[in-house]
Design a protein. Sequence first.
Length: 121
Amino acid sequence: MGDFKTAWKRVCGELDLHDFHFHDNRHTFCSNIIMAGGMLKHAKEMIGHKTLRMTDRYSHLEATRENIVQSALASHYAGPSEVTDTKPLFSPKQRKKDFKHTLEILIFLVVELEGIEPTTS
């Protein structure tokens, strides 16, 4: 019986995933929160960071997404003749659910292939 890192590497190898680390899932999750229209505060709370400083590494993504507030304000001033959909495609809640489901599958594979479970602390 090995440790979690060894099991993770083995599962990634069997799935032909190269240079993919368990922590990459957290990074992807935070990035998706921001890209879905969430703010840094949302990402901080959903990922469990203790401070906004930890989450600040994702701040560059705020500038790359469509500014939802600006779009809503433009639609308001444009009047009822111009319709603009300002809702993100997936809510942060849905993204979190998808992320958790993906992790459950990956952890299941690690447990099944190696017979071990990751530590919780």
